[in-house]
Design a protein around this ligand. Structure first.
Ligand SMILES: NC(=O)c1ccc[n+]([C@@H]2O[C@H](COP(=O)([O-])OP(=O)(O)OC[C@H]3O[C@@H](n4cnc5c(N)ncnc54)[C@H](OP(=O)(O)O)[C@@H]3O)[C@@H](O)[C@H]2O)c1
Length: 237
């Protein structure tokens, strides 16, 4: 199985990479800090340190990372940036632009590159969030970007007719992203964060490896039961 995954240096992306390696996949990965896993036996990780927010260098990065790739069974657009939980009126528009570059436009450029290079792709899973539809108080830039990501995937489904695309909300996952949410955000000011604080350390917030295995186990079901371009919440499956 050939897989491209973004954001595999930590959290869910790292869990997915480890689970894919256990399933003997060939993994191409991109993140700023690089995947910390070492290849085992004859499995392979092809890794590139790349800032997805630097859109002008992304095409060259993809050329170099995927130079030996002829087809992809799976593309996981996982890299994501939370930004600060704060009032939207207090949020600097340049910070919003940066979140949109990483969470939305980098994914557009990756899909464009795959189309342009005529690399056949069977399945795309873009990691979205319940925040894409909740629009809870304080989740401004993140919610906007994930809503845009959902719609980006719907739009590409019209054009990538040989590929099955899904925007997938993974539910709560115990990753470094939760360190900020559960550790630094005042839940009296932003009440939606209390649910995360209550869930951390319980089965309501599984580990990244547990969620990764669940996603990989459901890949065929996602294709069979959902139309290309749909938004699916893992908690409803
Ligand atoms: N954790 C949750 O409960 C939860 C819930 C819903 C959705 N999600 C989504 O799940 C995905 C993974 O998040 P996570 O929880 O695993 O968070 P995380 O531990 O913070 O991981 C985020 C990953 O994205 C990469 N990334 C961030 N900015 C990047 C940039 N500019 N260029 C390249 N890579 C970048 C990071 O790599 P570097 O820092 O090395 O660049 C890292 O590998 C995200 O899309 C997130 O929105 C998470």
């Amino acid at each position: 199985m050939n897989v491209l995954i973004t954001g595999n240096s930590s959290g869910l992306g790292l869990g997915l990479t480890e689970a894919l390696m256990d399933r003997e996949a060939i993994v191409w990965g991109m993140s700023r800090s690089g995947c910390p896993l070492k290849p085992r036996f004859d499995d392979v990780i092809r890794d590139r340190q790349q800032d997805l927010g630097q859109l002008s260098t992304l095409e060259d990065g993809l050329d170099s990372l995927l130079s030996d790739c002829l087809r992809l069974d799976l593309v996981i657009l996982n890299a994501g940036l939370l930004g600060r939980i704060q009032d939207i009126a207090q949020t600097d528009v340049h910070d919003l632009e940066h979140i949109m570059r990483v969470n939305v436009w980098a994914n557009k450029l990756i899909l464009d590159w795959l189309i342009e290079r005529q690399i056949p792709v069977s399945q795309v899973v873009a990691i979205s969030s319940g925040a894409a539809v909740n629009m809870n108080y304080g989740w401004g830039g993140y919610s906007l970007s994930k809503a845009a990501l959902n719609n980006l995937i719907t739009l590409y489904a019209h054009e990538m007719t040989d590929t099955h695309l899904i925007a997938l909300a993974p539910g709560l996952v115990d990753t470094p992203m939760q360190d900020y949410l559960c550790g630094e955000v005042d839940s009296e000011e932003y009440p939606s964060v209390q649910k995360l604080k209550d869930a951390r350390g319980t089965s309501d917030m599984p580990t990244s490896r547990e969620v990764a295995d669940r996603i990989l186990d459901l890949l065929d079901e996602l294709k069979a039961d959902h139309s290309s371009g749909a938004f699916v919440d893992l908690r409803t499956l």
